[in-house]
Design a protein around this ligand. Structure first.
Ligand code: EPS
Length: 384
């Protein structure tokens, strides 16, 4: 499968075209909208989230609630376009000067983007570099998330840490994911969640922004998705790329992650066991479910770190690109913290790579082919 997105943050809409999604998959705009809504609800967002109520329009590739196997085109309108039309219009009469930005924000795409594309107006960079684009990534992920239940796969994301305030979940009890969904910061521990909210409030008062850490868990995977045979087919490499491509994500780790560098081998690797009827399994999951670029049958555990948003209400030093004088960076309306939203975006990015890995191992034009091939493989693995 492949997809591309397009759209400026204050343009008319975000769009995507997805190709390779099997036919025979139940898909409705309502299902996609549920994911779009989850992305928008996180605590710490700015004024923009009060304007937008993201809804998708499916323009092609689906008929009567079922995918056709043809390209699927999605559209999410920007409600804010109504306030920006005269400045963002693609037509020659647009009032470009009135919203011109010349003061690059440290940490943003502003400066390098303006140099690279020879833009005099940084708005031409920030409109596309904006994390508004993640709305469409979530919509794309929502399409392929519909494949996963038929394959026996569950995917969840949650927040471990915001601005250094966090916790280490001891284990996930039956109510864990329900608590995550009920939390304004997607945190499964209500006390840690309350502390995260206070940290966001405090940052707001100081004109600061906050980053954090999200964790994605994918359960129900068979061994052997991805491959060891070529660098660009390694599933951990692909998942890392997908997650690092999310705005403001600066690092990704699997299982023990960076901690593995400080421990001896006996405390890092997962011992192998076998039970008739179950097949091979591991006594621990320190690898985070991936060895040699392939799933090993244990849950895939990925953590991603998000840096604080570059727009600061107490802005950092910068240089005006028009006159070269030292000034403070521009202040665009922005969010204090988007880590909860990043958990939802990361789920979507992981769902895309995982679904793609299934379709590479079990190429299928129709969902029934995919489900049947996977059933055979699971049976083989269990009895091997
Ligand atoms: C963003 C800046 C803010 C965020 C936006 C990402 O938008 P605005 O400049 O319109 O206030 O709200 O995020 C979204 C619009 C969204 O849907 O997530 C940025 O500069 O990255």
């Amino acid at each position: 499968m492949r997809f591309l997105t397009s759209g400026e943050s204050h343009g008319p809409a975000l769009t995507a075209i997805l190709e390779g999604v099997p036919a025979g998959l139940s898909l409705t705009a309502e299902k996609i909208d549920l994911q779009l809504k989850r992305r928008q609800k996180g605590y710490g967002r700015g004024g923009r989230m009060k304007i937008e109520q993201d809804r998708v329009r499916i323009l092609s590739g689906v008929r009567g609630g079922v995918t056709l196997g043809s390209p699927i085109a999605l559209l999410v309108e920007n409600k804010d376009w109504a306030n920006w039309e005269e400045f963002m219009s693609p037509e020659p009469g647009a009032k470009l000067e009135e919203r011109k930005v010349t003061r690059p924000r440290p940490g943003h795409a502003d400066l390098s983007g303006a140099l690279k594309y020879r833009h005099q107006d940084i708005r031409n960079v920030l409109e596309r570099a904006s994390a508004r684009e993640t709305a469409m990534r979530v919509a794309v992920g929502a399409v392929v998330r519909e494949i996963l239940p038929a394959l026996g796969v569950q995917i969840h994301g949650h927040v471990l840490n915001i601005g250094g305030v966090g916790y280490a979940p001891a284990g996930k009890d039956a109510g864990f994911w329900a608590r995550v969904e009920a939390s304004e910061v997607f945190c499964g521990d209500p006390r840690a969640g309350a502390r995260m909210i206070s940290a966001i409030d405090e940052a707001k008062l100081k004109g600061e922004s906050l980053g954090g850490v999200v964790e994605i868990l994918v359960e129900g995977l068979p061994p052997g998705l991805g491959s060891y045979v070529q660098w660009d087919r390694k599933l951990d490499g692909r998942l890392a790329q997908a997650l690092l491509s999310i705005q403001a994500i600066k690092g990704v780790e699997f299982g023990l992650g960076f901690q593995a560098g400080s421990l001896p081998g006996s405390q890092v690797h997962d011992e192998i066991a076998y039970a008739p009827g179950r097949g091979y399994y591991r006594l621990t999951n320190r690898a985070g479910g991936i060895e040699g670029g392939m799933t090993n049958g244990e849950p895939v555990v990925i953590r991603a770190v998000m840096k604080p948003i570059p727009t600061l209400y107490s802005p950092l030093a910068s240089v005006d690109m028009a006159g070269k004088e030292s000034i403070r960076a521009s202040v665009e309306r922005s969010d204090i913290c988007a880590v909860p939203a990043a958990a939802v975006v990361a789920e979507a990015a992981a769902a895309w790579e995982i679904s793609n890995a299934f379709l590479e191992k079990f190429p299928a034009d129709h969902m029934e082919d995919l489900v049947a091939e996977l059933r055979n493989y699971r049976e083989y693995v269990k009895t091997r």
